[in-house]
Write a protein that binds this ligand. Structure first.
Ligand code: ATP
Length: 284
């Protein structure tokens, strides 16, 4: 039997860091949602007790470093599955971009293997397994829109934001999430974005308020290290995006746009100097 599972990219409408914990992780408050840019996983049962990963993307690990491999290994061990699986990752989400591509692949593998092997694991338990693989994985298991706290694994679902166009642009640099968190200093922040304010904006269904409330404290690190990310934000705003923010630890910048008539102009303007630009919708 062969099954397919979609693994959408996430964006952070808000990312706040409240402090560093004793276990080395940071205490965060994030509002995350999914966009319609997705990897596609094809999973096929193998009679041999083995996990094989393949992908057309030449630049990701295909061994035990791959998060989909780790998800399959974890579920096999925990539920004593003696069968094997072949997973093909049809990658569309840019790698190391701040869009949780690897985490979403891991989540899709958990969901898919639960189906493929008829394990009937409840979603809550899949999220707990996901948390062992990475802080963003539980959100990628559930999808939708949620406030994430703790190190990102405690989730509270909220309404979806108002539908709009989302323009994603990734400058040609690789940003390490660990490096950005390592350099982040909470006492250097002048202010924190308001998660409560963003939740209210979403509850009102107000696109303008959502744009006004966007905030990501990791911009203080990434924009200083990579001025081209700040320039990309400025260009998107100048070209007419209604709200602009860096996603995760970057370097991808997203712009929210309500009017379809503006989208082509922004896309073409960005493509003049940035190769990787995507126009998608919120996944609502
Ligand atoms: P996040 O937003 O959660 O920090 P990201 O979008 O910045 O994630 P990923 O695309 O998940 O980053 O990739 C981070 C690293 O994980 C890459 O350098 C890659 O080598 C490794 N990796 C492991 N598995 C995968 C996968 N299935 N897809 C992409 N990268 C993977």
């Amino acid at each position: 039997m062969k099954i397919y599972e979609k693994a959408p990219a996430k964006i952070n409408l808000l990312l706040d860091v409240l402090g560093k914990r004793n276990d080395g992780f940071h205490e965060v408050e994030m509002i995350m949602t999914m966009v319609d840019l997705a990897d596609r996983l094809e999973m096929e049962e193998l009679p041999r007790d083995t996990i094989i990963i393949s992908s057309q993307a030449g630049y990701i690990p295909l061994d035990e470093k791959n998060l989909a491999f780790q998800a399959a290994k974890l579920i096999k061990e925990r539920y004593q599955v003696r069968k094997g699986v072949y997973i093909h990752l049809d990658k569309h989400i840019p790698v190391a971009a701040g869009l949780a591509g690897g985490s979403s692949d891991a989540a899709a593998a958990l969901r898919g293997l639960n189906r493929l092997w008829g394990l009937h694991i409840p979603e809550k338990e899949l999220c707990e397994l996901g948390a062992e693989l990475g802080s963003d994985v539980p959100f990628c298991v559930t999808g939708g829109t949620a406030i994430a706290t703790g190190r990102g694994e405690k989730l509270e679902p909220i309404d979806n934001p108002p539908q709009c166009w989302v323009i994603l642009a990734k400058p040609p640099i690789n940003v390490s999430t660990a490096d950005v968190y390592g350099r982040f200093r909470v006492d250097e922040l002048k202010s924190h974005p308001s998660a409560a304010g963003m939740v209210e904006a979403i509850r009102h269904g107000s696109f303008t308020e959502v744009c006004d409330r966007l905030g990501n404290v990791l911009e203080t690190v990434t924009l200083r290290l990579y001025p081209e990310v700040a320039q990309l934000k400025e260009s998107m705003l100048r070209l007419g995006a209604d709200g602009v923010l860096m996603s995760g630890s970057g370097p991808t910048v997203f712009g929210l746009v309500s009017k379809e008539s503006k989208v082509a102009r922004i896309y073409n303007g960005l493509r003049g100097f940035c190769k990787e630009v995507y126009v998608v919708r919120m996944l609502t």
